[in-house]
Design a protein around this ligand. Structure first.
Ligand SMILES: Nc1ncnc2c1ncn2[C@@H]1O[C@H](COP(=O)(O)OP(=O)(O)OP(=O)(O)O)[C@@H](O)[C@H]1O
Ligand SMILES: CC(C)(CO)[C@@H](O)C(=O)[O-]
Ligand code: BAL
Length: 282
């Protein structure tokens, strides 16, 4: 696996591939790789001739009081996992390489309507940071296809909308959420959980399934379902950020008559913020 750290080297690598007519699959990550990330890599390998992954803990998408410094950085273990999957290139830029003019003067990409709802309420500026770094990475890598996890459902919608709005020539490929045996969605932040919290954490997915069951059984007072689910999470020991039933394509609050729904939850266990979601039809 070739490790590339500069944009100029990356462009030289990419230009050579054009002549060979290869399909390039791209998997952007923040590292600390787990089986969820590897599912993205597997999907990219199945679809594309060449696979490039990136690891970049993007400061622009972290709020001032968030875990940028604490975010796990495990580059050597990550490289071993990517090599085992047959990844061709790892792009590993430093912060200065991505933001040479500094973060405060960086041109940004904002996706209106989708960035200031749900996770965007608690994390103002987060999706601006995500959209900006992903568009920069797309301009650097010029992938044919890019792979994103459904675990970050709102992020996926933000990126799909950005690609449409800005006429980007890349196909966004969603990959299903990979879970632990007890249902907990895999996430780098699960590593922050202590033993007791780790036992409680699968209740988030259980709550999503309970909501799906209630709605599919005919419960149509969605705001009541959300409120009761929030109370159930809080009783278990979570500090719930939101439980919300949305229309899947637009992410507006679900109303009766909507058929394609997604339930999204964000909840804290002490300082760890867990997110998960479940999409279903009625
Ligand atoms: N359990 C999972 N199943 C499928 N895809 C996942 C899973 N977890 C993360 N991904 C995807 O991997 C990509 C990189 O995500 P990231 O590096 O932030 O990992 P993460 O485990 O989600 O970390 P975090 O704790 O920051 O949310 C994103 O497209 C994300 O949606
Ligand atoms: C897409 C991403 C790599 C952008 O920094 C990040 O938000 C993530 O890991 O999901
Ligand atoms: N996987 C989403 C990235 C973040 O929480 O910053």
């Amino acid at each position: 696996m070739q490790v590339i750290t500069t944009v100029s080297e990356l462009r030289a690598w990419r230009k050579a591939l054009y002549q060979q007519g290869k399909q390039v699959g791209f998997v952007p990550t923040m590292g600390n790789l787990h089986e969820g990330h590897l599912q993205l890599v597997k999907a990219a390998s199945a679809e594309c001739d060449v696979v490039i992954a990136s690891i970049f803990v993007n400061p622009m998408q972290f709020g001032q009081n968030e875990d940028l410094d604490a975010y796990p950085r495990t580059i050597e273990a990550d490289k071993t996992k990517l090599i085992a999957q047959g990844v061709d290139v790892l792009f590993l830029p430093a912060v200065d390489e991505m933001y040479p003019r500094g973060l405060n003067r960086q041109t940004f990409v904002e996706v209106p309507g989708l960035s200031d709802i749900i996770c965007g309420v608690t994390r103002p500026g987060h999706f601006r940071g995500v959209a900006t770094v992903v568009s920069k990475l797309f301009n650097m890598v010029v992938p044919d296809q890019a792979f994103f996890g459904e675990k970050d459902f709102q992020q996926l919608q933000v990126i799909q909308t950005m690609v449409k709005d800005l006429s980007m020539d890349v196909v966004i490929c969603p990959v299903a959420t990979e879970r632990e045996a007890d249902g907990l969605a895999m996430s780098s932040r699960n590593g922050y959980l202590n033993e007791k919290e780790r036992k409680i954490a699968p209740f988030v997915f259980q709550t999503l399934k309970n909501i799906r069951a209630a709605v599919q059984a005919g419960q149509s007072n969605y705001r009541l379902v959300e409120k009761e689910a929030q109370q159930a999470l809080d009783v278990e020991g979570f500090k719930t950020d939101y439980v919300t039933i949305r229309e899947s394509e637009t992410l507006r609050e679900a109303q009766s008559g909507d058929t394609d729904l997604v339930v999204l939850i964000a909840a804290y266990l002490r300082t760890t913020r867990l997110i998960d979601n479940l999409r279903f039809k009625i």
